[in-house]
Design a protein. Structure first.
Length: 323
């Protein structure tokens, strides 16, 4: 039998459609290529470690695509976040965030080009870095009240180390001083390691940092108070600022964010994967080994918490930011 080329066309087109459709479906599957998380902090620190671990666990829920961690330092983490916000909003580029780039820098620096509430989509919060007010183990100060008593008697003579000119812990000390009627002298350092070294060397009388449990365990530093939401299990006898009547709470921000232009279905996919990872026993055990409290929040919960932090810290920065 003779077949014309026209009679063969439906068969050929049908074969073509059958071959193309699975490929089209594969292309639409999200994610189907590597995801990059840009971390505006140094390798080995809390933000970096928490990000790497949650990404490692979440990968199984994200079609097992590679998740690449890129550390991009500078300008309190704002360079890294700005890079992510300016990237293609397809869900393949995320930012690892902390207090500095999404709260302190937007409120204290004129160089920040984004609005941390309008221009950032918060995906998930992971942990709350415990912040303690610490003295050397051999310090005469046994309680926060002892420290405040001396500061009242000698205004400005009691020195403390902060992380840069403006950090949340430093603002906490200023709020505490005002509410308790004491004046302290702030000495800025370039990082938490330098803060600890300054305290141990006797350059300052106290510091506020999250980098403290190793020094507490080895007997070189002693916490007088926590700036946290609640007491911390490894040092449960140490009171919080609120226990002592100070109305201040350190903002627990360590999580992931992205451009608000990312399609909602992709946001939901990523949120579900990272929430599942953050609530896993593996992630809990990893953070417990490093003495870091979990503070896992969904996208909506993180957004609500950020709005509350901005309301509180806007007033704090207005009062103490120029000092």
């Amino acid at each position: 039998m003779h077949y014309s080329r026209y009679m063969l066309m439906p068969f050929l087109v049908g074969c073509s459609i059958a071959n193309v459709m699975p490929q089209a479906q594969a292309d639409e599957r999200f994610p189907n290529q590597p995801i990059k998380i840009v971390v505006g902090a140094a390798p080995g620190g809390l933000v970096d470690l928490a990000t790497r671990k949650v990404a490692e666990i979440a990968r199984a829920s994200l079609n097992d695509v590679p998740i690449i961690i890129e550390n991009k330092l500078g300008a309190m983490g704002t360079i890294a976040l700005q890079q992510v916000l300016g990237s293609k909003p397809d869900g393949y580029t995320l930012a690892s965030i902390s207090t500095s780039p999404v709260l302190i820098a937007p409120l204290t620096s004129k160089n920040v080009k984004y609005d941390a509430l309008k221009d950032v989509r918060y995906l998930v919060n992971l942990v709350g870095p415990s912040q303690a007010l610490l003295v050397r183990a051999d310090s005469k100060y046994q309680t926060l009240e002892d420290l405040v008593k001396d500061a009242k008697a000698c205004p400005g003579e009691i020195t403390y180390a902060t992380y840069g000119a403006s950090d949340a812990g430093g603002f906490g000390v200023q709020v505490m001083g005002k509410q308790m009627g004491a004046v302290f002298n702030k000495i800025p350092y370039q990082g938490s390691a330098q803060q600890v070294m300054a305290l141990l060397a006797g350059e300052v009388q106290f510091t506020v940092t999250s980098n403290y449990m190793n020094e507490v365990r080895n007997g070189r530093m002693r916490p007088l108070a926590l700036l946290d939401k609640q007491r911390f299990e490894p040092i449960a006898d140490v009171p919080t600022f609120k226990d002592l009547g100070v109305d201040f709470e350190f903002p627990w921000i360590t999580g992931l964010a992205m451009s608000p232009k990312v399609p909602e279905d992709r946001v939901k996919t990523l949120e579900a994967a990272f929430l599942k990872a953050a609530k896993s026993e593996e992630f809990k055990a990893f953070m417990k080994e490093r003495d870091v409290p979990l503070y896992v929040l969904s996208s909506a919960e993180t957004r609500k918490q950020m709005e509350a932090y901005f309301q509180d810290f806007t007033e704090i920065v207005k009062e103490f930011g120029e000092q």
